[in-house]
Design a protein around this ligand. Structure first.
Ligand code: UD1
Ligand code: CA
Length: 449
């Protein structure tokens, strides 16, 4: 039998004080929602996302992640049970089980979902997930006897004795589809919030003699994001896990706490990452490469044994070949950089391709934008671009060609040629002291005014 999924994301997220929907706030460069959907990737049934009235942006993002996902609207936020009933038309009669995930709880591990399924297979009718909290805050509290769940009390409805307990509700639940929809529909709103609570299905289920159980996970895994402080905590949890995973995979991190990974950063073994490096989405680094301090990389592929930084910025579409060197204060965007290429100082390379073993001198700029369109610069193999060359694109520099320092290259340079495109130097014999005397006289005259 299939297991279907309902993700609840209709809430306003008011506690974030944000104009945008809560589930689109990002952890490690990906929306909270993407993390939630990733944890349930293995489920084989229908997928339903419940969004609020202004859910267009959320729907768009969800469809980007999973084009099969069905979107339903909950136009008024009347509680988590009410949100589940909005998904009923998509799931009624489909049998199997349904898992409800909260859109603001991003770190649930696939293994934990497997454990919930196992509890179902072992005879539980409804399986909730709880966790022992060191800081229980305003989570709902689970009242249980061993694995048997008696009821869940929302913080707002709890008395001091219940608030003092530490077994909290992670918010998700797995049950047979028909049971879930029926009980969610029966949940009343006689509580402090006046909302239909999904957590009430525990009580309702027990009243029908159903087997309601609680499994547990860690506090970290259950982290629910309600405020910007929670979001910062979630980022820290993600980063701690990513750093551990990198170290475990044979990556050298000189100062792990200062390296920031994206959700999809892929770093092979034997890579060295120096302090204060930030990875945006879409970075792959092959073995043996070194990312030096204070570099920022996103959307790029770094070949074997390449060196990047310190203080380099690699933007999307950068493809660095083996042994390539990108040095300090160099920015690269949408560029194929061949094996053994050196761009070591203070340059901008954008919309370009550079052949193997070419040297690009300090301060070289590909002038790729004319104010309207972007144009490409093509440089061949073993070329030498003199310092402070302006390559006014579209332009091509052939294999083994050279440009003289300070040139403004506006026409193609055939392979093997030397291009010099700068004003000729003129020396005025003995003129320097005369010029200085004249300048001082001008300054003196203006002071006495
Ligand atoms: C919920 C649980 C609480 C648990 C906590 C874990 C209930 C009643 N309470 O509380 O026991 O400890 O999560 O993090 O379930 N949503 C809708 N429609 C609504 C209301 C909410 O789609 O009408 C969505 C929200 O967008 C959010 C999720 O459901 O993604 C949870 O709602 P939220 O208001 O954050 O619940 P909590 O108060 O955190
Ligand atoms: Ca929440």
């Amino acid at each position: 039998m299939p297991t279907h999924l309902i993700v609840l994301a209709a809430g306003e997220g008011a506690r974030m004080l944000s104009d945008g929907p809560k589930v689109l706030h990002e952890i490690a460069g990906a929306p909270i929602l993407a993390h939630v959907l990733a944890s349930a990737k293995a489920l084989d049934g229908e997928r339903v996302l419940v969004v609020g009235r202004s859910g267009d942006a959320v729907s768009k993002e969800a469809l980007k992640i999973d084009e099969r996902i069905r979107i339903v609207e909950q136009s008024e936020q009347r509680g988590t049970a009410h949100a589940v009933t909005m998904a009923a038309p998509e799931l009624e009669g489909r049998g199997g089980d349904t898992l409800v995930l909260l859109g603001d709880t991003p770190f649930i591990r696939p293994e934990t979902l497997t454990a919930l399924s196992k509890a179902r297979a072992d005879g539980a009718d409804i399986a909730f997930l709880g966790f022992e909290a060191s800081d229980p805050g305003r989570y709902g509290r689970i009242v249980a006897e061993g694995a048997s769940l008696l009821r869940i009390v929302e913080w707002k409805d709890a008395d001091d004795a219940v608030r003092a307990t530490t077994l909290c509700n992670a918010g998700l639940v797995l049950a047979e589809t028909g049971t879930l929809l029926r009980l969610a529909n029966a949940a009343g709103r006689d509580n402090a919030s006046g909302e239909h609570y999904l957590t009430d299905i525990a009580d309702l289920g027990r009243a029908e003699d159903l087997d309601v159980r609680v499994l547990t996970c860690t506090e970290e895994e259950a982290l629910g994001i309600n405020t910007c402080a929670d979001l910062a905590r979630a980022e820290a949890v993600f980063q701690a896990r990513a750093r551990q995973a990198a170290l475990a995979g044979g990556v050298t991190l000189r100062s792990p706490d200062t390296v920031y990974f994206a959700f999809d950063t892929h770093v092979q073994r034997d890579v060295v990452v120096e302090p204060n490096v930030v990875f945006g989405p879409g970075v792959v680094i092959e073995s043996g490469a070194r990312i030096r301090a204070f570099s920022h990389l996103e959307g790029c592929h770094i070949g074997r044994s390449a060196v990047v930084g310190p203080h380099a910025r690699l933007r999307p579409g950068t493809n660095l070949g083996e042994d390539a060197h990108i040095g300090n204060f160099v920015e690269v965007k949408k560029a194929e950089i061949g094996n053994g290429v050196q761009v070591k100082h203070l340059s901008y390379v954008g919309d370009a391709s550079i052949g193997r073993d070419t040297n690009v001198g300090a301060g070289t700029i590909t002038c790729n934008y004319d104010g309207v369109s972007k144009h490409r610069t093509e440089i061949g193999d073993k070329a030498f671009i003199g310092s402070n060359t302006m390559l006014v694109a579209p332009v091509t520099v052939g294999d083994e060609a050279m440009t003289a320092s300070g040139s403004v290259i506006t026409r193609d340079v055939p392979g093997g040629d030397l291009a010099i495109a700068r004003g000729r130097q003129k020396n005025m014999a003995g003129f320097a002291p005369k010029l200085l005397a004249r300048l001082r006289a001008i300054k003196g005259a203006s002071k006495s005014d």
